[in-house]
Write a protein that binds this ligand. Sequence first.
Ligand code: FAD
Length: 354
Amino acid sequence: MTQQTQVVVIGGGQSGLAAGYHLRRLGVDFVVLDAQSTPGGAWQHTWDSLRLFSPAAYSSLPGRLMPPQPGEAYPGAQHVVDYLADYEKRYELPIQHGVRAHAVHRDGAFLRVETDNGSWRARAVISATGTWSRPFLPTVPGRSVFQGVQLHTVEYRNPQEFAGRRVVVVGGGNSGAQIAADLAYDTELTWATQREPRFLADDIDGRVLFDVATARRRALDEGSSDAGGVASLGDIVAVPPVRQARDAGLLKWSPMFARLTRHGVAWADGTTAEADAVIWCTGFRPVLSHLAPLGLRGPRGHVPTAGTRAVGEPRLHLLGYGDWTGPASATLIGVGRPARDAAREISALLASGH
Ligand code: FAD
């Protein structure tokens, strides 16, 4: 069965919802297709103690302030899931959960979206499929030799199952720091990072990151020099659990090891550490396989874009994948503006009749 609408939004996490909010305000006919049966996108799958790196009010989607979580300066993941579920309902967004898009094809004046529940023909598509379902694991020698447990951020839930064991956490970003802090009290922890972890100043959190990312985009748009963006400030927001473990001297770091052995890890200088588990907090890649039929992939697995619009297919917009689809667009507060811009461009495209 083929259904028809003006715009299909693929992905109903924060990015897809922000796009839906703006499409609705512009009176565009659209549907949001989300592979998960329940609202909340990736936030449904994070570890128990995860904390947002910005206070609630600075983690809001367009049109609706995220309410504070009582007693928490930085809300937890379940609070975000509840907020996103409420957002879907409040704005009566036409979202179909449990529908996975497998492929997007050109089809004359339309784009055809094939899903596991029939296909859709639309004049434009917004891809907002996130990164969570595409964890990145670096190629490190010995990964297949190691006899212990290996998991990625996406599989980690809480420290209980690792109590008393020797655990290596790999990665110097927010995930690595928050999971290392989680494990620091009851495990024999080794925190391995490629360079010395760079904590942002304690009074800097996601608010500043958003301001810096936005200023950088403006500077780049105006053709002035690139102030280096967020990366020039540091990598890790010292949310309370990270700050406590760091101040207790429990977040000691080691340089990245050279290889895994049967029973642990080994550095180039010959030192070794035995381990029962290695947790790879090594990031993600954008989930884009459904766009393969359009033949748009560019360097580093991204799709070349002008803002959110795919350079090779002006009827396709990409949202929420990272700075390459808009400054801080992979954050709750940062996705609003690129979502608005994408909706406006699509609305103009529809009005032009092209
Ligand atoms: P997702 O939340 O991943 O949602 C994408 C949706 O698309 C999912 O429901 C998925 O099932 C669906 N989907 C995927 N493929 C298909 C398909 N083919 N067909 C249909 N549906 C599909 N951001 C902040 O603002 N503040 C923070 O403090 C913060 N902390 C973070 C901590 C960690 C550890 C991580 C990993 C990220 C953090 N982020 C934070 C970023 C934020 O969580 C993600 O960038 C955000 O989830 C991206 O939202 P999204 O809607 O783009 O993707």
